[in-house]
Design a protein around this ligand. Structure first.
Ligand code: ADP
Length: 506
């Protein structure tokens, strides 16, 4: 296989920029794509070459596999990096890349479809000898049979979509009365979101911890694990703060979970970076949850403690090289915490906060890495996930990592939209978190009325004041620039041309 010298990044925001940086480190030309509303986005400005892919809705742009492959072919990119989300776990897209003679940076299409189906993955896990959460599947949605199954498992149960992801099609059911209706509606939601209405039941574990193992495999039969990430701080079953190592991890448990993770990926013929997710109960029993066949949002905490550049390693594996690291080389050092900074309002049930970022200043200093997708003046469009950035902080130990995280969060300034920064401060200051005593119900348990205000006061107040002052002095300027933006479509083309935008010939 040939050395890569040009990679198209089929994504936007912070993850596109993460991959652009890895390309630059490796001397590879990066190709970006952008939708209408992303024409001045940071990733569009940073890529070596960029091409317009379509209108703002992702269905018409970042999800248009056909257009993306076409662009890759015309600009001579040998490989496509999908980032996470969008087409990252789309087996059809991986297959289409292969058919077009373009390397898809990820596992083979068959592996993606096998592991992307939660039911099939569960069966494979059982075959590979992994413990799974007690549960059952059913062929038809037949109320009497489902009731019987649920009784056998014991309430509460969790309904899950076989094709699920992002918490869609998931319902907790506490008693029989609510079961039939919940199954119907979960199936309907799954059908609408994934075109596949198959659902199954799992025992709803009480206060589990979400702990996942990073794995890596090459084309030559080598597979390793790079330790764990704990991702139990979640809202709506989606992660917001992650750390490595997990406060409850022991060397023996890491060894066991690591071995289990490697055995399932080996059984699936895996190539590249992947994550095996587990739930862990109070007795430290672990249960297989699913495999994510891509780079995770939270991959930098693993990079921080292992020193491995996971994206660079993905390139190497895509080029057909052996893994550059062996299992015995993985010796995690210190502690890393990632806070996802979303444009969301924690006081309003984490509703997305859309708009223009007026002021933006990221923290730096010892141990701080910020993977940001925006700058001052950036818009948070309503079309995509409202992530602004990820802040990853490393310390010699967990206490130092927490200390530094608080310092860095307090330095962070974002004005113009609500963010989860203050919420992250509240978590870092929380006693149970500091002691490492937490599970996936952390937010409901520690902040039942969603009152983060008392704790986040100072940071938020400063940001609000800064926003007001900035708004007042700049309103005029912003209005004019917005008008120009809209009125002179040629304006942005000129702007980009200066930075080397190339247009495709037809
Ligand atoms: P998705 O792929 O939709 O994100 P996952 O299967 O990865 O769904 O689960 C996401 C989160 O949902 C987990 O991290 C956990 O908090 C919760 N969860 C999933 N399965 C169970 C279960 N059986 N019992 C308790 N919580 C669960």
């Amino acid at each position: 296989m040939a050395k890569l010298n040009k990679i198209l990044i089929a994504n936007r925001g912070e993850i596109a920029i993460r991959v652009i940086r890895a390309c630059r480190d490796a001397g590879i030309t990066s190709v970006g794509i952008f939708s209408d509303c992303d024409r001045t986005a940071l990733h569009t400005r940073m890529a070596d070459e960029v091409y317009h892919v379509g209108p703002s809705p992702s269905r018409e742009s970042y999800l248009r596999g056909d257009k993306i492959i076409d662009i890759a072919r015309k600009c001579g990119a040998q490989a496509i990096h999908p980032g996470y989300g969008f087409l990252a776990e789309n087996a059809e897209f991986a297959k289409a890349c292969e058919a077009a003679g373009i390397i898809f940076i990820g596992p083979k299409a068959e592996t993606i479809s096998l592991l992307g189906d939660k039911l099939e993955a569960r069966k494979l896990a059982v075959k590979a000898g992994l413990p799974v959460v007690p549960g059952a599947e059913f062929e038809k949605i037949e109320p009497a049979a489902i009731k019987l199954t649920a009784r056998k498992i014991g309430f509460p149960v969790l309904i899950k979509a076989a094709a699920g992801g992002g918490g869609k099609g998931m319902r907790v059911v506490n008693d029989e009365a609510a079961l039939a209706e919940a199954v119907e509606s979960a199936s309907r939601e799954a059908k609408a979101a994934f075109g596949d209405g198959r659902v199954f039941l799992e025992k709803y574990l009480q206060e589990p911890r979400h702990i996942e193992i990073q794995i890596f495999a090459d084309r030559h039969g080598h597979a390793i694990h790079l330790g764990e990430r704990e991702c139990s701080i979640q809202r709506r079953h989606q992660k917001v703060i992650e750390e490595s190592p997990s406060p409850v991890m022991t060397p023996e448990l890491r060894e066991k979970m690591g071995r289990a993770a490697v055995s399932i990926v080996m059984a699936s013929g895996y190539i590249g970076a992947g994550t095996v997710e587990f739930l862990v109960d109070k007795e430290l029993n672990f249960y297989f949850l699913e495999v994510n066949t891509r780079l995770q949002v939270e991959h930098p905490v693993t990079e921080a403690v292992t020193g491995v550049d996971l994206v660079r390693e993905q390139f190497r594996v895509a080029e057909g090289e052996n893994l550059s690291i062996k299992q015995e080389d993985i010796r995690p050092r210190g502690h890393a915490i990632e806070c996802r900074i979303y444009a969301e309002d924690p006081h309003d049930n984490f509703m997305p906060s859309i708009g223009r970022i007026n002021q933006y200043r990221v923290p730096t200093g010892p141990g701080v890495r910020v993977d940001s997708g925006v700058v001052a003046g950036s818009e948070i469009p309503l079309y995509y996930d409202p992530i602004i950035a990820k802040m990853i902080v490393w310390g010699e130990n967990r206490a130092q990592a927490i200390e530094r995280t608080i310092r860095a969060l307090e330095e962070y300034r974002v004005a113009g939209v609500h963010t989860t920064i203050g919420f992250a401060v509240a978590v870092m200051r929380n006693g149970a978190f500091q002691e490492g005593r937490y599970a996936t119900d952390f937010i409901d348990r520690e902040f039942p009325d969603r009152q983060f205000a008392g704790i986040m006061g100072k940071t938020e107040l400063k940001a609000a004041l800064a926003a007001a002052v900035f708004d007042y002095t700049n309103r005029q300027k912003i209005t004019i620039s917005m008008k120009n933006d809209r009125k002179t479509p040629g304006g942005w083309i000129t702007y980009h041309r200066a930075r080397g935008v190339r247009r495709l010939k037809d």
